[in-house]
Design a binder for this molecule. Sequence first.
Ligand SMILES: Nc1ncnc2c1ncn2[C@@H]1O[C@H](COP(=O)(O)OP(=O)(O)OP(=O)(O)O)[C@@H](O)[C@H]1O
Ligand SMILES: [Mg+2]
Length: 450
Amino acid sequence: MREPHDAARTGPLLALQGVCKSFRAADGTLRPVLDHIDLVLRDGEIVALLGPSGSGKSTVLRILAGLIGADVGSVHYRGQPVYGPVHGVAMVFQSFALFPWLTVQGNVELGLEARGVPAAERERRAHQAIALIGLAGFEGALPRELSGGMRQRVGIARALVVEPEVLLMDEAFSALDVLTGERLREDILALWRTGALPTRAMLVVSHDIEEAVLMADRILVLGSDPGRLRAELPVPLPRPRLADSLEVRELVDEVYGLMTAGAAPTTRDGMEPDRLHLIDRLPAASVTAIINLLERLARAPMPGRATLPVVAASTELTDAQLLPVTRAVSLLGLAHLVQGELQLTPLGRRYVDGSHTLRREIFGQQLLAHVPLVAHIRHALEQHPQGAMPEKAFLRLLQQHMDAREAAQTLRTVIEWGRHGEVFGYDLHARRIHLPGGETDAGPPAGRRP
Ligand SMILES: Nc1ncnc2c1ncn2[C@@H]1O[C@H](COP(=O)(O)OP(=O)(O)OP(=O)(O)O)[C@@H](O)[C@H]1O
Ligand SMILES: [Mg+2]
């Protein structure tokens, strides 16, 4: 079995840094398509690139493959600058791009011919690649004799036959009907999991969120006009993944939310901040888990930064538990995910180094600034003559927008966070939320840690 994350600590296979690209429009004006794209693809990982049509996904792939150059910025393959087509990188296209007059065998051998591989070896390797992708017996067939799914298998065999370290797939499944596309995708993932592919990393362009969640270790979201990376999201779910599982559905919703969040301002050096609305679900992360994560991060071998697998190992959280905690620290501006690495922000550093009181202050400030539900509750309490309200009042608000379980979870989280930040207190017996220092805080010490 492949261990995608272990290898992820070594240097990137492919890297774009500050890449900009413009194209000349029909009227002759120069139109920016990519704006300062930073992207790395590491050994052992599958990264999905999502984005609306025209956001520049295919352009990113073509630049990564060395098929076209960037106007500004750099492209590196294994640390070496890229100036033209890269030997270790192969691409699969949406339109299968097969030569109709060549047999399956001939189409697959083509890539090897261009590389000057002798005929006997070409034949042997093409045969192998064709068998690997499930087309044994069809070597002599012509493309028109094959179904769409089989043609795309030929396209994939043609990419794999050169034994690429990196496989770039540009909507490779979207021209196929749903079932055929799913079957092909599952076959590729199975080959990947068992280490049968010669490939060490894949970048998969898609406009299908579910496909991205099912395939990738990491999802990048490209925004349009001009294309900038708007978000990065880890997918720490075990494989194989089931499309109907709760974890997959939740992530699909989350990515959908990110993609439809509208064009909030972007910062040049980081991802677009993840914005919350009043009625959004909060990630189910306990204060203990948040503190634990931040402290581990501060003490990581490279202080203040670590890849998610390293964080998972040191916090003893499962990958699925780590995700909400990562999201929480990111929402609160205490750490950010940058290219697969979780990095403590300066504020996060102050939090970790701070006294008990300073920690609460920082946490409270960030809650009020970034979690609208906290600000809403606080405001409501301040308006109230007793400075206290039943939790039910807020639960009802949440239930109008999410199911009962999610609403209860979100309320639990907001209460625990609010108490830690001393934005409000909670009376467990009366089930009331109150201003801090008002009624006695008789709840269990959920936000208090030794
Ligand atoms: N060679 C070119 N000359 C002029 N404009 C181009 C060229 N290639 C791409 N573009 C433009 O750049 C923009 C981004 O194109 P690109 O194909 O990378 O987008 P995409 O995200 O892959 O879209 P889709 O989801 O539709 O495949 C589009 O507006 C496209 O028209
Ligand atoms: Mg495209």
